[in-house]
Ligand binder design. Sequence first.
Ligand code: NAD
Length: 433
Amino acid sequence: MKLAVIGTGYVGLVSGVCFASKGNEVVCVDVDQSKIDKLNRLQSPIYEPGIEQLMEENVRERRLSFTSDLQEAVRRSELIILAVGTPSLPNGEANLQFIERAAADIGEAMDGYKIIVTKSTVPVGTNEKIRQVIASHTSFSFDVASVPEFLREGTAIKDTLKPDRVVIGLDNPELEGKLTALHRPFTDNIFVTDIRSAEMIKYASNAFLATKISFINEIANICEKVGADVTEVAKGMGSDQRIGSAFLRAGIGYGGSCFPKDTKALIQIAGNVDYEFKLLKSVVEVNTGQRYNVIAKLKESLETLKGARIGIWGVSFKPDTDDIRDAPALEIVETLIREGAVVKLYDPIALDNFRQQFDHPGLHWCSSAEEAAGGCDAVCLLTDWHEFKEINLHKLAGMMRQPVLIDGRNVYGREQIEGTGLEYVSVGRPHMG
Ligand code: NAD
């Protein structure tokens, strides 16, 4: 099939590359010329394991190309995928300005019948709005469908090539054959429903996962007070098939470009129809508090944060991505700076993105975990990058001014800490040292 993908971010680029790898002819479009220039040099503007190799193969096979010319891309394609951002407005609602702009541009560009598929996460009713915007810019006929995206950054290619399921929301039954055929190479588990339900499935799924995370984090907070170990509790709970072990890892809370914005947007979606989503409001509140527990734990271990040297391991919201949107590290580091600490930061990939968002003379940018820890009063592990698991903890204790390790992701086991001389504070587990 001939496809155009609008937006070459984490979702658009990965989707475009994966559709091309299944034999479709794909053109990826972005308004950001610097991204398109980079892509045309076969460099990915995002860090995502495996993306550049797959890009290169498909460009070589002439199935994949990149352009900023939306009109040409729309005209040569039968199906257009919308994958532009839908960030939060200050009130939590989804900002639809990029969707509406792209829809208007598609309408202007159309020269015949097209299918427009929305992959961006959009509030219930948005595809209807997209239809109206396009219709006000063209007299050609078209259909819209909602195919929400569930990929996770860091494993985005695997998630796209082998998704648990694909959800297709449509109102014209004639589209079903075409859209299922397009997704069949990825999975047989294709769920076809109406457009509004498809839009809601995406928000409900993310809200449910966020709820699991905040739930286990609250259990962790109670474990700390009653002397239980949350990792044992989660194992015991998760082996019950009705519960499942996924998303039961206690830590410093969720971040990233999806869960924070999608939970807030769903609260707004409910609010707009006079429904107060009390449970989800608590999930968000718990998640914010969980970040600040790192600060509280530091204050308990050190007399004061003023003048303290704090090493930060990991700033991306999760490992294997350079994405720092709504990463817990942002709020934690800003708070440390406000309280007068000197902060030494290390992340294998995401420091440049972090620096673009937040820079300060009190921040020191380090090129290794050891450099970030050297001479510090405490180290806080905020992202569970694999390399932190391999650190020599005996050596770590020796290079710090005070050997305090705050493990925000429960990376280390008791046996790794014992005998190191570290004061070890994790989440929902007994303190050591
Ligand atoms: P992103 O910010 O990484 O990328 C969006 C891209 O769209 C940018 O490159 C931007 O320049 C481009 N763009 C904006 N307006 C445009 C226009 N009119 N024409 C062409 N390009 C335009 O966003 P993302 O993380 O890929 O997310 C995209 C959507 O997918 C969001 O709705 C998000 O909620 C959803 N989603 C994201 C993820 C994820 O893990 N990132 C997962 C599932 C769903």
